[in-house]
Design a protein around this ligand. Structure first.
Ligand code: DGY
Length: 325
């Protein structure tokens, strides 16, 4: 299929340089304002275009895929997580799915560390004192947080991002522990001096910090449910830069409110923008608006990956980042 004639619909505004390059390469329909498409707009897109470029704010479910027209052959997701796409149904319809792994690894790991440090070192309370003009000077006893070095970090999901967190955390002197579907090769464990826990329950019960770095799939939904959250030590903290659905947010809120956990740093939420309002009132909780991958460099590289996936597909090959259900 000649690249120039490929009709591509992009569901959100993308960084300008990415949009400019797409205009050069494809017959592309871009968004005018930075709002998600309505369902009707998505239906129109999949029924007419050859390629859809969605983001995590679009639900590409079986019902939408059922409306796909005969030309729709590729869903080239702008993002790594594909839990908003029914990849299996797309495959049954002969529609390929690709994503953008790798280029947001370091940025997301940086944000994981930022949240961890902010919670353990009580940064929100310090910021509030400064912003509200309440600072009266240094004190030997004020705002004492914990020491990060020496803490046991349990990484739930030791893929690319989990390992990037391990690299950073071991430079901070933390002890690295992990739980993963598959145990890593010994040379990778050695690199981070990482301890593998086959039992998630046992790991959770012994850690000072839990970092969620696994994708959201049917088997990771509420992996940190009420029972497991209760296994955590009361002085432990939890950080999530992956997907909100991995934690039972109501159970977490109850525990934080009751003082049964020391704190939480969250970049993602179980119900999207519908964040439990009680979380906002807690001084030991840091909330961010899903900005783990939000760097200019990362978002440009995500765009480059989308373009390579589409071009490779247009040249008659499998996209390099094809997602297999
Ligand atoms: C992704 O790509 O899935 C990230 O969550 C976006 O920040």
């Amino acid at each position: 299929m000649p690249t120039a004639r490929l009709s591509v619909v992009v569901t959100r505004r993308l960084p300008e340089a990415v949009e400019t390059r797409m205009k050069e390469l494809f017959n592309v329909q871009l968004r005018e304002d930075d709002t998600p498409m309505t369902r009707a707009e998505l239906v129109e897109a999949v029924s007419t275009a050859d390629v859809l470029v969605p983001t995590l704010t679009d639900q590409i479910d079986a019902g939408l895929i059922a409306q796909a027209g005969p030309n729709m052959r590729l869903i080239a997701n702008y993002g790594a997580g594909v839990d908003h796409i029914d990849v299996a149904t797309a495959r049954q319809r002969g529609i390929l799915v690709s994503n953008t792994p790798g280029v947001l690894t370091d940025d997301t790991a940086d944000m994981t560390m930022a949240l961890m440090l902010a919670v353990i070192r009580r940064m929100p309370e310090g910021l509030a004192i400064m912003n509200e003009g309440r600072w009266t000077g240094w004190s030997p006893t004020a705002l004492l947080g914990g020491r990060v070095g020496g803490r046991r970090l349990g990484i739930l999901g030791m893929g690319r991002i989990g390992q990037a967190v391990a690299r950073r955390a071991s430079a901070f002197g933390m002890q690295i522990h992990y739980h993963n579907r598959r145990r890593l090769r010994p040379e990778i464990e050695d690199r981070y001096e990482a301890t593998y826990w086959e039992s998630l329950d046992q790991m959770v019960a012994r850690m000072d910090v839990i970092s969620i770095n696994c994708p959201h799939t049917p088997s990771t939904f509420h992996l940190m449910n009420a029972r497991r959250l209760k296994l955590m030590k009361p002085d432990a903290v939890i950080v999530n830069t992956s997907r909100g659905e991995v934690i039972d947010e109501n159970a977490l809120t109850r525990m934080l409110t009751a003082g049964e956990l020391a704190g939480a740093g969250l970049d993602v939420y179980e119900h999207g923008t519908d964040v439990n309002p009680r979380l906002r009132d807690l001084p030991n909780v840091v909330l961010l608006p899903h900005m783990g991958s939000a760097t200019r460099e990362g978002r440009a590289e995500m765009g480059e990956k989308v373009i390579i996936n589409i071009k490779t597909f247009a040249d008659g090959h499998r996209p390099p980042d094809q997602v297999v259900p």
